[in-house]
Design a protein around this ligand. Structure first.
Ligand SMILES: Cc1cc2nc3c(=O)[nH]c(=O)nc-3n(C[C@H](O)[C@H](O)[C@H](O)COP(=O)(O)O)c2cc1C
Length: 169
């Protein structure tokens, strides 16, 4: 089968990760794939924030848990979290960010990395604590539509099994 088709049909969400960090080369390749996603009117509204610092990652995890109500790490122990935001002054911010995420998931899989969409970031960043994060230092952003993703090296027990799809034309 064509290599791209193989990637598209075999990518699955991974929810168990090794603790070791991915390489900068892997990270940059995945981000590059996200940058090349289509966007409404080619406005390229998506913005990526990479979090690898342990304390910041733990803060994100805690804030996400506060929305969800659970007590396990919503990022499944992945050592890299990529927040994907989009500039809401552009024409199609949420669509742009979602397509960027799709590109990144498929690129991660093609490179042998696991990834998964983790939701609830929009509610999470409505909290005062999260707004303070974004208002400080390197995290200063003025956009307000965001959806998150994360990626990391999959653990040995990561699921890679292709599964039948219910949606069909
Ligand atoms: C909008 C959206 C939100 C999602 N939110 C989460 C989430 O919060 N946590 C999670 O583990 N997976 C999340 N997922 C992943 C889906 O559960 C997953 O894509 C779906 O079950 C199909 O599985 P597959 O991606 O392995 O084919 C989300 C996916 C999408 C598209």
């Amino acid at each position: 089968m064509n290599e791209t088709m193989t990637t598209l049909l075999n990518r699955r969400c991974v929810r168990a990760f090794r603790a070791e960090q991915i390489t900068d080369e892997e990270l940059n390749a995945v981000l590059e794939a996200g940058k090349y996603a289509p966007s409404g009117a080619n406005q390229q509204s998506a913005l990526f924030i990479v979090v690898q610092d342990r304390d910041t990652r733990e803060t994100l995890s805690r804030m996400n848990r506060a929305v969800n109500g659970g007590d396990s790490d919503p990022y499944y122990g992945a050592p890299t979290v990529v927040l994907v935001l989009a500039d809401t002054t552009k024409v199609t911010p949420v669509e742009d960010a979602s397509l960027a995420l799709g590109n990144m998931f498929n690129a991660a899989h093609a490179l042998g990395l696991g990834s998964c969409w983790v939701h609830r970031e929009r509610q999470m960043f409505e909290s005062d604590e999260a707004r303070r994060c974004f208002a400080s230092g390197a995290w200063r952003v003025t956009t307000s539509a965001w959806e998150p993703a994360f990626l990391a090296t999959p653990t040995a027990n990561a699921r890679w099994r292709p599964r039948a799809r219910t949606a069909s034309s």
